[in-house]
Every structure is written in C-alpha cells, then in structure tokens.
Design a protein around this ligand. Structure first.
Ligand code: PLP
Ligand code: SF4
Length: 360
C-alpha cells in the first residue's frame, strides 16, 4: 500500500516536470518477468489496493476470457481513492462491460477474415501483421482484440513456421509488424528466433514492433533487447501505446530514450476514450509529453466497436472537434492523425471534418 502511495506521489511530478526531471527511486525495479508474475489479476484486489469501495455484492462482474491484469508499475501511477483516475478507467472492469449494445460485437474490424495463415493478418498492401502471442502486459478494457480467438486461429506462438512461410511466399510484403497481444511478452529466445527468421526473407526491409510494454512494464526494454534491434539488418520502427500523460514516468522515459538513442524511431498510438482522454487538455498534455521525449504522435484511433467497450465510445464529431482544437495549440508534428478502421478498406481511414472547404 505504501509503495502505491509513494509511487503515486512521484507520478504527480510527471504532470509538471520538465522533459528530463523525474524523481527516480533508489532501488532498481524487478526484472520484467517478475513484474508480469506480480501483476494484479483480480478486480477486487485492484479495488482494495487503490482504496476504492468494493463493488456491489450483487453486481455481476466476471470476465473469465479477459480477466483483470494490471502490473504494479502501472498501478503505481494511479491515484488511490480516485474512481475517475484516467489510468484506472482503462483497466477497471465496470458492469457496463456486460451490457449488450447494438453495433458492438466480437470481431469489430474484420480481423478474422484477414487471417491468411495461423498468426498472420494481412489486410494492407506491403504490410503483414504477426500475432506473435495472445499475452499482454496489461489488459485494457477497451481492447479491440479482447475477444480475439488467439488459441484457435490467431496465436502463432507454438510455431512461427506458417508465419515465415507466408511472408516468404508473398514478395509484396516489405514490412512486418510484430503485434499480438504484445510481442515483448515473449522471452528473448523466442522473440529473437522469430526476428532471425524474418531477417532471412530478402524482400522484408522493415520490422515494426507494436508494444505497450515500454509503458506498462518499462524494464522490458533491456540492453539485450535494444542491442538485438540495433544489430538487425532490418530497419526497426517502434509503436508504443499511451492514452494519457499520467502513463509517463521516469522509467518509461528511460525505456523510450534507450530505443531512440539506438536509432529506433518511436511513434505512439492512442485510443480516444470516454472519461480517459476525451478533452483538449488531456490530449494536448499527452502530445506535449510525447514530443518532449522525441516520441511522434502517430494515430488517434476512433474506438473499434468491440463488445464490452461501448461505454468508452466518443462520437466522431466530438473527436473531430478535439483535433481541430489541438491543431490550434500544438506544433503540427505533435497532432496525431485521427483515424478509424473500417472493415474491408485498404487502409485505416483518416477522419476529417466533412464539408470542410477545399482550396482549388
Ligand atoms: C493497423 C494495421 C496495420 C498498420 O497500418 P499502418 O497504417 O501502416 O500503421 C497493418 N496491418 C493490420 C492488420 C492493421 O490492423
Ligand atoms: S496492450 Fe494492446 S492488445 Fe493488449 S489489451 Fe491493451 S490494447 Fe489490447
């Protein structure tokens, strides 16, 4: 409990600290695998540790296929006793998850149709996305893959042979995205073996790592990991996932700096979420802290309409208005592209105000 409080006090500094001034603890963090083991796995424990009232005894809360999972590193950035904390909202199961809402279903963006072979989603020209594992470093309640049937069709963990064969047989693929789940929950041996196999395919030029681990368990970014990327013949790009400035702390700053100092560009994607970041201040603060740390805001995603996430949805018109406001106060490179994914389209679709005047 005390640990939670002191870490929270530190995270308050983040909001005002300059780019380089974060309070660092004197003891080093545990290793990342221990961090995964120590993560909170029950909604009741999460409530208890954060001094939140227990849920009503009658409330039906049980999501066995997508249970609570919150590492202590992330928990430490949540303000105890505050049910509206923007980080808490991302990880706390609310009864709303069990409401059935029209238009929200298990496979909102047609992922199942895009599976070319076990473990490969190939929707867009030139880029193939590898489902490396079903495991994540945190369970985000709004996750669009929360119902993805990893075990049956998508999880390539057992063998990457099909993945590698598919990419090798498809010369148009010059970029491979490692995604999941979270590819950085794989142990180095397994991850490096996959990378080595991808490197052996001549037509692949770039590898993109999509991971929330540098944010939720930043000690995952070890020197060994960074060295492996640095040594790759592929150009490595990194995409992290952060929705609110409070997710940033000294350890996240260190992890990201290690990657960028090794020559790896780091982008961030954000999901627009009700009661998390659906206001100009939250989005502007996030963008500022990102660019302060050399991270380029990439996409602001309109929520994918997955079952259980309806209470996170912000109407598109509101999102457009927010982006317009951001454009007025931030440098151009700090404004993410607002996109939505529409099943069957050849790319993510940028959202722009309809009827905006076009110059001739
Ligand atoms: C989002 C996505 C990509 C990457 O799209 P970019 O616009 O290049 O970031 C690739 N494959 C799949 C299946 C995706 O969903
Ligand atoms: S880390 Fe990404 S894939 Fe994992 S639960 Fe969160 S949003 Fe979903």
């Amino acid at each position: 409990m005390q640990q939670v409080q002191s870490l929270t006090a530190k995270s308050n500094l983040v909001r005002t600290a300059s780019a380089t001034e974060f309070d660092r603890p004197t003891t080093p963090p545990c290793d990342w695998q221990t961090a995964l083991k120590q993560a909170i796995r029950s909604e009741q424990t999460l409530r208890k540790m954060l001094r939140l009232p227990p849920r009503l005894p009658k409330a039906k809360i049980d999501a066995p296929e997508f249970p609570t999972f919150v590492p202590l590193e992330f928990l430490g950035r949540i303000e105890p006793g505050n049910p509206n904390d923007p980080l808490l909202r991302q990880v706390l199961t609310l009864p709303d998850e069990f409401d059935s809402v029209d238009g929200f279903d298990a496979d909102p963006v047609g992922d199942l149709d895009a599976i070319k072979t076990a473990g490969v989603l190939h929707k867009y020209d030139g880029r193939a996305l590898v489902i490396t594992t079903g495991a994540c470093g945190v369970h985000c309640r709004y996750c669009f893959r929360r119902e993805f049937p990893y075990a049956q069709v998508g999880d390539a963990k057992e063998s990457y042979r099909h993945v590698v064969d598919y990419i090798a047989q498809t010369p148009s693929i010059d970029e491979v995205l490692l995604s999941g789940g979270d590819p950085l929950t794989l142990v180095d041996e397994k991850l490096f073996d996959l990378i080595t196999q991808i490197e052996s395919i001549d037509h692949v030029r770039r590898m993109r790592i999509h991971s929330r681990m540098p944010v939720v368990i930043p000690q995952r970014v070890t020197s060994a990991l960074v060295d492996r990327f640095r040594q790759s013949r592929l150009t490595v790009w990194f995409v992290i996932h952060m929705n609110h400035a409070n997710e940033f702390d000294w350890a996240v700053a260190d992890a990201v700096a290690k990657l960028i100092d090794a020559g790896i560009p780091v982008l961030n994607q954000t999901v627009l979420l009700r009661d998390v970041n659906d206001n100009v201040d939250a989005l502007a603060d996030l963008s500022r802290i990102l660019v302060d740390h050399r991270i380029q805001p990439y996409y602001l995603h309109q929520l994918d309409r997955v079952r259980g996430a309806a209470h996170f949805e912000v109407p598109q018109a509101e999102g457009l208005a927010l982006i317009e406001e951001l454009r007025k106060i931030l440098p151009g490179y700090a404004v993410p592209t607002y996109v939505r994914e529409n099943d069957g389209e050849p790319s993510k679709s940028p959202l722009t105000p309809s009827g905006s005047p076009r110059r001739q």
